[in-house]
Design a protein around this ligand. Structure first.
Ligand SMILES: [Zn+2]
Length: 149
């Protein structure tokens, strides 16, 4: 293979990787954003607790979750030292889609890895890759469609 062809091939690989990366990022960011705008807003702590309970029951989840509604744009869940989970939503993330999304993360054990793999760079990298290519797509798909992967 001539050098020019190799350079063309490399350029094509870079180009299509970029297109793929952009498409993937759009899927992970834009689709949930559109869906979340169409689902019911959560406006009180009581509403959040009810929505989390409803979603937990739907998934048969018995893990203890402490939902917390905040004012700022927040959407995450994490495992506490005692094994329970904190689910925090606020601002643009205070809606039914994000409840489904976060409860599914907890259901699948996605939040359980973070604490364990805090120390080493390689473990952090693996954890990040797992989040980007497995955990987050699974939670996005469940939040949008109800399909459990
Ligand atoms: Zn997520």
């Amino acid at each position: 293979m001539a050098m020019g062809n190799l350079r063309d091939l490399a350029a094509n690989v870079v180009f299509f990787s970029l297109i793929g990366g952009i498409t993937y990022s759009l899927f992970l960011a834009a689709v949930p954003w559109i869906i979340s705008k169409r689902t019911r807003k959560i406006t009180s702590q009581k509403q959040l607790e009810e929505a989390v309970l409803k979603e937990s029951e739907k998934l048969g989840l018995t893990k203890k979750i402490n939902p917390r509604l905040v004012v700022k744009d927040r959407g995450y869940s994490e495992q506490q030292e005692n094994g329970s989970y904190t689910l925090v939503l606020g601002g643009n993330f205070a809606n039914v889609y994000d409840v489904k999304h976060e409860v599914y993360h907890i259901h699948k054990g996605h939040c359980d890895f973070v604490r364990k793999y805090k120390s080493r760079l390689w473990e952090k990298t693996k954890s990040l890759l797992r989040y980007v290519f497995r955990d987050e797509p699974q939670a996005v798909i469940y939040g949008c469609t109800g399909i459990k992967l």
